[in-house]
Design a protein around this ligand. Sequence first.
Ligand code: AMP
Length: 478
Amino acid sequence: MCAVVGVHGTPDAAIWVRRALSALQHRGQESAGIAVADGSDIRVFKQVGLVSQALPESEILKLNGSIAIGHVRYSTAGKNRIEEAQPLLTECYHGMIAVVHNGNLIDQRGLKREVLMMNGTFQTTSDTEIALQMYAQTNKKTLDERLKRIGERMKAAFAMLFLTENQLAILQDPYGFRPLMIGQIGSATVIASESCAFTQLEQMSGQEADCIRDVLPGEIITVGQDGIKATSWMDIPRQRQRCIFEHVYFSRPDSITFGHRVQKVRRKLGQLLADVSKINADIVVPIPNSGIHAGIGYAEASGIPIEWALVRNQYIGRTFIDPLQSHRDNGVVEKLLPIVHLIEDKRVVLVDDSIVRGTTTRKIVRMVREVGKAREVHVAISCPLTISSCFYGIDTPRREELIASRMNVEEIRAQIGADSLTYNTLENLFAAVSPFAQEYCTSCYTNAHPLLDKFNLHTDNGYPERRHDGIQPHPTQG
Ligand code: AMP
């Protein structure tokens, strides 16, 4: 869970990247960093923390150069080390090279072994360093050829940007798990994880932003003085695997992700959910922020009035970065409070995007019942049951910690203390992203992992290594 940005063709490229990263802050709050190239050198500035603190404008203004890449990184409890922050930079036989990565390499163990056997060394625990090492170890002549070589070896899942002294390059995995878009703003070419970054830069520069297209699976794009050059490095076309969770939760609602307006998909999910749930209730209450657009759709389709009856404290950030479980557990109580007179004695349908471990929902249900004095509390979830961890870049807990991997719907309902519990169906999820339904990865809802099967990556406990293995999403994130 990270965001990447690249800018080419404006004298203050680092400032552009900083502004774009600020729009993409929701994709990672642990650290932020920028690498900028001025034709002969690359400099990196990165720090732990949010963009506003980690990348002070006064420092970023000093980074001269017309090409830059940037990154915000998702938090983990134990590894909040500056060494892990991106961009990663190294100097090798081919020159200087910096990289930023969104995704998760599915075969980290095997790839690391390959690099070590070639006398490579690692300075971080980040899987992204594998890409740098492989780049340094390849003897291919051109940038394109080197990226093709490492792309073939890394398999999935990666949306990566590379920076040399005078070029920006994009490497997308053959399945297209993570979103990446190309835009043009004035004379600058911009690459970003989400289109909301383009809107932000449009506002900053006063120049119109043109979203050109998505980066295609298996594409290498180089941007340099000679313009933009795109090639496909895939030998055979593969079945696309766009991440459905980008629509359910991860992307910003004002972004266009994988060709769909995220807000529209969420609203549609809410509308379809209302048909599944058919609960008699007095009010629909979306859980902010993650349930907002599904809640609007639910209210529209059911005809039940919506009430914004849960107030989120906007001054508390995403408390899941807090390493202490006890703080995280209390977080939800501090972050959300009910407007009692809207809820009192009402039959309430709470709408949210997901139940992961079940701790958040249980606390919210209890709060709405006890503090809000609701008569009935029903819960409607806009996605299907989350039964598998993700190995392709979304941080979900281990499978055994996912409540839906241990319990059926009725057991979960009892556990969270709701009067009823409804999940959306997989068919509805597909309907909301139609006509591209078959091009999505839905493994978190099906536990089908064709890529892990194909590359035989199941280990003793059934799972490959993940970058943030075992780190749970925080209950109060939303
Ligand atoms: P839980 O208490 O684990 O059931 O948390 C569910 C809440 O976490 C929902 O409100 C979701 O919006 C949010 N959520 C879902 N997936 C993630 C994730 N991968 N990382 C962080 N938060 C998430």
